[in-house]
Design a protein around this ligand. Structure first.
Ligand code: HEM
Length: 408
């Protein structure tokens, strides 16, 4: 089913259609060839999958291996010192997002109990308290302030630290290293140094937990004899990284998106019952975790194309979530839309383990922010908001906001 569409070289990621919409080239590819050849910067060929159906099918198919990453450092093409792309990457112990069954199954199973809907329901009140305390601190500041620094990053960081049993006072170590780790244009050496910083810190922490366990997830895992220290460190690293950066970006970029859609923001303020659907729609519309890699372990048919064994396959969740074959007027934010079925938490065996936690955090975060700051607005023109186009997660670097009154 080949069509005469030029094959993109490198990922077309430039945000040339505005801060919230997919890059134009990605949209064009989805309309013309949703499973499309791609040439990586080193010249080797792979695939880019942008259509909703194809992305969903791919993520449900374990013949597409997740071992394309080294401890979630994406290595989609040949890099000096790295294995050739035709081989699955070596695994970093414990980092099960980059593993296939049975290793993935064994490790994920150890955590499912800690992240169930029921468990998260029990935590709801506590997360609301953490959010409220952070809003108290925000209200004491004199605007303008950076909402990322004062609210969007602290709330999920506090929550994941508490769940894991990581002292929040140590946040400088993991926030700085996590951010470095997610930057696109840093050398492999720098990424490895950031990874080293995080794992050294976690190794000490895990050793302490083994000696004197507390009431937290890392201690629970440390009590289990069949998990080695390296595995524990890997799990801690994955949860810490996945648990604060993603939700922080959603809270900040989501607030920016709402401020840019004042009628919908007013509707949401007037009727907080709209919040659960609004959160799902913001997840779909913004798709902050966009690009994921897989590796074809055999020849696989997908969307009328044959993906050859050994190919690197890139998916764009943002493109899939803006597919007009699945969502009407996909590039429009509509907080009343039933957006469940979006792929922002992934799909299949790797579907986000923390999704219920993230939902609870986002509901509490948006609800509290809108209630306590009824006059919240941007403190700079929208065009001056610094977007995270240089990171593997989308969001804003800073969100300068101001207000004239606060409420309880
Ligand atoms: C996996 C997105 C919040 C932990 C994933 C995946 C996506 C995702 C797309 C699938 C990766 C893949 O298929 O390769 C998000 C977004 C979040 C969020 C957008 C926030 C809005 C969280 C939180 C945690 C978390 C709060 C806390 C623990 C994980 C873990 C995995 C994962 C452990 C790996 C699951 C596996 O491989 O089985 N997330 N996530 N995430 N997420 Fe999240």
């Amino acid at each position: 089913m080949s069509q005469p569409v030029p094959v993109p070289h490198g990922l077309p990621v430039e945000r040339d259609a505005g801060p919230f919409d997919p890059p134009r080239e990605i949209t064009r590819l989805r309309e013309t060839r949703p499973v499309s050849p791609l040439v990586f910067p080193d010249g080797h060929e792979g695939w880019l999958v942008t259509g909703y159906d194809a992305v969903r099918r791919l993520m449900a198919d374990t013949r597409f291996s997740s071992r394309q990453d080294i401890g979630i450092i994406h290595v989609p093409y040949e890099t000096p010192g790295m294995p050739l792309p035709t081989e699955p990457s070596p695994q970093m112990p414990g980092v099960f997002v980059a593993m296939d069954p049975p290793d993935h199954t064994r490790l994920r199973r150890k955590l499912t109990g800690a992240f169930t809907v029921k468990r998260m329901k029990q935590l709801e009140e506590h997360i609301a308290d953490i959010t409220e305390r952070q809003l108290d601190e925000l209200a004491r500041l004199t605007p303008p302030v950076d909402l990322v620094r004062e609210f969007a990053l602290p709330v999920p960081s506090l929550v994941i630290c508490e769940l894991l049993g990581v002292p929040y006072a140590d946040r400088a170590t993991f926030q700085v290293n996590s951010a470095k780790f997610l930057e696109k244009d840093v050398s492999l050496d720098e990424k490895m140094a950031a990874l080293g910083g995080l794992t050294t810190y976690l190794a000490e922490l895990v050793t302490r937990k083994r000696d004197t366990p507390g009431e937290d997830i890392l201690s629970d895992l440390a009590r289990q004899d069949d998990l080695g220290t390296e595995e524990l460190v890997g799990i801690g690293f994955l949860l810490l990284l996945a648990g604060h950066e993603t939700t922080a970006n959603m809270l900040a970029l989501g607030t920016f998106a709402l401020l840019e859609h004042p009628e919908q923001l007013a509707d949401l303020r007037a009727d907080p019952d709209l919040l659960p659907d609004a959160v799902e729609e913001l997840m779909r519309y913004l798709s902050v975790a966009d690009i994921f890699y897989r590796y074809a372990t055999e020849d696989i048919e997908l969307g009328g194309e044959t993906i050859g064994k050994g190919s690197t396959v890139v998916v764009s969740l943002l493109a899939a979530n803006h597919d007009p074959r699945r969502f009407d007027n996909p590039d429009t934010l509509d907080i009343r839309r039933k957006a469940r079925g979006h792929l922002s938490f992934g799909h299949g065996i790797h579907q986000c383990l923390g999704q219920q936690l993230a939902r609870v955090e986002m509901r509490a975060g948006f609800e509290g922010l809108l209630r306590r700051f009824p006059t919240l607005k941007l403190a700079v023109p929208a065009a001056e908001v610094k977007l995270k186009t240089d990171m593997n997660l989308y969001g804003v670097h800073e969100l300068p906001v101001t207000w004239t009154e606060t409420a309880r």
